[in-house]
Design a protein around this ligand. Structure first.
Ligand code: ATP
Ligand code: MG
Length: 270
């Protein structure tokens, strides 16, 4: 197993409930604990609605939690406000499933990639073209993409642009929420290889939210299995799963695979 560095992030006893009206509440995050180290890839898997994205949204403050602590390098960032939080937030970037909805179609690629730098006053407009070309090079895209618009690019190319944008502030943590799920298998593989290479180069840690158990198992150093807002277990490899729920999740994957293989072999061999 690859080595990774010191603990960067610790989320402790995170609770988030949603008021569903009529006196009903839903606990989307039920005393969740999470720890992330420099250069680590932490997978979060679980069925739809298990609370994976809720955790990501709490970390990036798209949602406010009911209770819990979020420690970045040991410092509780939950009470931080305004500019202090904005500076911390620089360190935690996100890549979503469908970057096309996150991009403004009227923006050129160089503006999309450099917007975070501009927001933090870290770049002059005149330098954006050069910076964008450097970032495009890092994600294996042609440098002349800088002056193009993203709308006629492929899903894989747009996702590379989203990764370049996430990287531009040199964050320690990137959250990938189903970031490769919408891509074809072959394209998915090249994006995963890119994420892997970028991690080796920069030491960035990933929180990799994914419903594809086989992919999570292949790519992640550690995996957190979630069910109904709770962490069921944390394991290095899904084959080590002990909890009946994780085993059931895995069994459902293998049943589907067996089914698929059967259909395929029936097609091929009659
Ligand atoms: N803004 C909201 N208001 C009410 N309920 C919400 C809200 N956001 C999430 N939930 C509920 O919280 C639970 C967890 O949702 P979450 O989006 O975290 O799941 P998920 O594991 O990311 O699922 P998926 O794999 O489908 O993306 C779900 O039952 C969802 O309906
Ligand atoms: Mg989700």
């Amino acid at each position: 197993m690859k080595g990774y560095g010191e603990e960067i992030l610790r989320m402790e006893e995170i609770v988030k409930t949603f008021d569903l009206g009529g006196g009903k509440t839903l606990t989307a995050s039920d005393h969740v604990n999470l720890s992330l180290h420099k250069g680590e890839t932490l997978g979060i898997v679980g069925e739809s609605g298990s609370g994976k994205s809720t955790l990501a949204k709490i970390l990036t403050r798209l949602y406010t939690m009911d209770s819990g602590r979020i420690l970045l390098h040991g410092k509780d960032i939950a009470p931080l406000k305004g500019e202090e939080f904005r500076q911390v937030r620089k360190n935690i970037q996100m890549v979503f499933q469908d970057p096309s909805t996150a991009f403004n179609p009227k923006q050129r690629v160089k503006d999309i990639i450099c917007e975070p730098l501009l927001n933090y006053g870290l770049i002059k407009k005149a330098d954006m073209g050069e910076k964008a070309r450097e970032m495009l090079h890092q994600v294996d895209l042609p440098e002349d993409f800088a002056d193009r618009y993203p709308n006629n690019m492929s899903g894989g190319q747009r996702q590379r642009i989203a990764i370049a944008r996430a990287l531009v502030l040199k964050p320690e943590i990137i959250i990938c929420d189903e970031a490769t799920s919408a891509l074809d298998m072959s394209v998915q593989k090249t994006v995963i290889e890119l994420l892997h290479r970028l991690q080796k180069e920069t030491g960035v840690a990933y929180i990799f939210i994914c419903h594809d158990l086989a992919l999570a198992n292949m790519f992640c150093d550690n995996i957190m299995v979630m069910h109904w807002g709770k962490v069921v277990e944390k394991i290095h490899d899904l084959s080590e799963a002990k909890d009946p729920y994780s085993k059931k999740l895995m069994a459902s994957v293998f049943t589907i695979e067996e089914g698929k293989n059967k259909v395929l072999s029936d097609e091929l061999f009659g």
